[in-house]
Design a protein around this ligand. Structure first.
Ligand code: ADP
Ligand code: MG
Length: 256
């Protein structure tokens, strides 16, 4: 049964910051090997949804399931918190995030950045992690930057290092939050290429992006979020080719 379950499933998720309702009952399913993209205007709740999914943020109502296993909660409403520390760690380490701003540690080399969490959070063997880390850095095209400091790399290279770092956790899914938004257009493409290659090898991914071409090219499913609700969703060719909602049509014509 767990083998058949989606890697990540979110049901009717509600999240408010104080009085501000940001998610008003959102569903999302990421089946194994599938790519789901989340699009929508700034402030529609995309980042919040990703952060709730891997328990970086609390939510007040609704369910989050990792490989069919529902997050256990204690308390309710604004007092609701994940209850099981082992489960929190399992979910955070298996849903690896890549952020818009890379978030590399500036006082560590690129190799050290990639090795840090597998060695110090997961307790894996450093020699094996180093071999894997070098492999992932080569895979994203910066195998020659192991001993460089983050500040010596371009934005595109830093983001690829951040992707290698996420991969080195051997996660069940990758969650990307606007991975190309901080990059100049010519550097954007080198990150897009890496994301496409990950999609081709069957990685499970949830990608928040403003890049409609990326969403159209890599996704199995696209969700358009509007003010904390799923306004429209579907296969990319249909969602982009024949958008039904007026809001989605407006959004698409404003972004391209
Ligand atoms: P998106 O990623 O789609 O641009 P966000 O999820 O970042 O949207 O934000 C959704 C809404 O939640 C916005 O109105 C934003 O101002 C608000 N918000 C996000 N983070 C916080 C926070 N830590 N505290 C209060 N409000 C927040
Ligand atoms: Mg955001």
């Amino acid at each position: 049964m767990p083998d058949q379950a989606p890697v990540l499933e979110i049901r009717d998720l509600h999240k408010a910051y104080g009085q501000l309702e940001v998610l008003k009952g959102v569903d999302l399913v990421a089946e194994r090997g599938r790519v789901v993209s989340l699009i929508g205007s700034s402030g529609s709740g995309k980042s919040t949804l990703l952060r709730c999914a891997n328990l970086l943020e609390d939510s007040q109502q609704g369910e989050i399931l990792f490989e069919g296993e529902a997050v256990k909660w204690r308390g309710a409403g604004h007092n609701r918190r994940p209850a099981d520390p082992a489960q929190i760690t399992r979910i955070r380490t298996n849903l690896s995030m890549v952020f818009q701003s890379f978030n590399l540690w500036s006082h560590m080399t690129i190799l050290q950045n990639v090795m840090e969490a597998p060695v110090h959070v997961l307790g894996r063997d450093p020699a094996q992690v180093e071999e894997a880390a070098r492999g992932y850095l080569a895979k994203v095209g910066i195998g020659d930057k192991c001993d460089a400091w983050p500040a010596q790399l371009s934005g595109g290279q830093q983001q690829r290092a951040a992707i290698a770092r996420a991969l080195c956790m051997e996660p069940k899914a990758l969650l990307f939050d606007e991975p190309t938004s901080a990059l100049d257009p010519e550097l954007e493409q080198e990150v897009v290429r890496v994301i496409k290659s990950l999609a081709e090898e069957g990685r499970t991914m949830v990608i928040v992006t403003h890049d409609m071409r990326l969403a159209a090219d890599v996704s199995d499913h696209v969700i358009f979020l509007h003010k904390g609700l799923v306004e429209e969703e579907g296969a990319p060719d249909i969602l982009f080719g024949q958008p039904k909602s007026e809001r989605l049509r407006g959004f698409l014509s404003a972004t391209v």
